[in-house]
Every structure is written in structure tokens, then in C-alpha cells.
Design a protein around this ligand. Structure first.
Ligand SMILES: [Zn+2]
Length: 170
């Protein structure tokens, strides 16, 4: 058993393979994608979401599984692939840059503009922690409350280190 996870959805596997151009993303390796590394291990609660998975060849997947590749290296690699591949919207890049500078873990974002943060939501980096009804009055004018997930926090920490462009307009 190589540790392959046959129960990952086909679409998720395809997206992960696309992210790395169907090649193992590790340095000086260009083997075909054969496996998918859980960045935070399943046994430690790591979810089966795009943001917690990285495509790799069988050899590099095994090296990660046995602890020969630091988990942090996968996070930095994942962050670099994210901005090199133009995966995120400008709004999402601004949030990621803000969180990379440890400016909190919660944020308000317009409920009407969920499309603007759809990718970081779908990838498992942020989650909505409730809609704010008018009666509550806790947020203004259609603002929802969101927060970084656990893997979102780890991803944000790797974001700066990956060489991501600074979003100085914040
Ligand atoms: Zn490899």
C-alpha cells in the first residue's frame, strides 16, 4: 500500500494535478503525479480539501509520509503554486497578505460578495461563522463574519515565506 487515497473525489484530484501541471512539484523532480499528500495528516484532523492536499510522485509522497519532508515545506510550496498560478482573486490576495502579517484571524466580508472569496472558501482556508441578521446588529449592512480555518492559519503563515508579492495597497 502506497498510501494512495482512492476515495478522494475525482474532481479534487484533477484540480490538484492541474495545480502542479500534472508533475510532481518538488525541486528537481518532474515525475508524473501519482499520489496526494495530506499536509495536515488525516489522523490529526486534516480535511480532504484542496488547501490541505498537494499532488506528488509516489517517491515524494512516501518521503512526506515517513517524515523526511518537513510539513512546512509543503505549505510553502502550496502557497507559491497558489500565487504563481493566479488561483485567487484580488480580494483573496489582500486577505491572504493581511493574514500573512498576523493581523487577526477573523474578518467581516460582505455577504453579497461571497463570490469574491469563493476560492479561499472552497479550498478550505476560511469559513463563515454565521450570517448576521439585521436583528443582531453586530455587523453593518450585510457583513458576514468569517474566520481562518486551522489549515488557513498555517497557509497564511507560509504565504510570505513563499515569496508571494506584497499587497501594499492594504
Ligand atoms: Zn517527486
Amino acid at each position: 500500500v502506497t498510501g494512495e487515497r482512492p476515495d478522494l473525489p475525482a474532481r479534487l484530484k484533477r484540480d490538484l494535478a492541474l495545480e502542479t501541471g500534472y508533475r510532481c512539484p518538488f525541486s528537481r523532480c518532474s515525475f508524473d503525479v501519482q499520489n496526494y499528500c495530506h499536509i495536515v495528516d488525516r489522523a490529526k484532523g486534516g480535511p480532504d480539501v484542496f488547501g490541505n492536499l498537494l499532488a506528488a510522485c509516489a517517491a515524494h509522497h512516501h518521503m512526506h509520509t515517513v517524515g523526511q519532508i518537513p510539513t512546512h515545506d509543503l505549505r510553502v510550496l502550496k502557497a507559491r503554486l497558489a500565487w504563481e498560478g493566479n488561483r485567487y482573486t484580488l480580494t483573496e490576495l489582500r486577505y491572504l497578505a493581511r493574514f500573512a502579517h498576523h493581523c487577526g484571524t477573523h474578518f467581516g466580508h460582505s455577504v453579497g460578495d461571497e463570490q469574491g472569496i469563493r476560492n479561499i472558501t472552497r479550498d478550505g482556508y476560511v469559513e463563515r461563522i454565521g450570517s448576521v441578521s439585521c436583528a443582531e446588529g453586530a455587523a453593518q449592512n450585510g457583513q458576514g463574519q468569517w474566520r481562518l480555518t486551522n489549515i488557513g492559519r498555517l497557509f497564511a503563515m507560509a504565504w510570505s515565506e513563499s515569496g508571494a508579492p506584497q499587497m501594499t495597497s492594504l
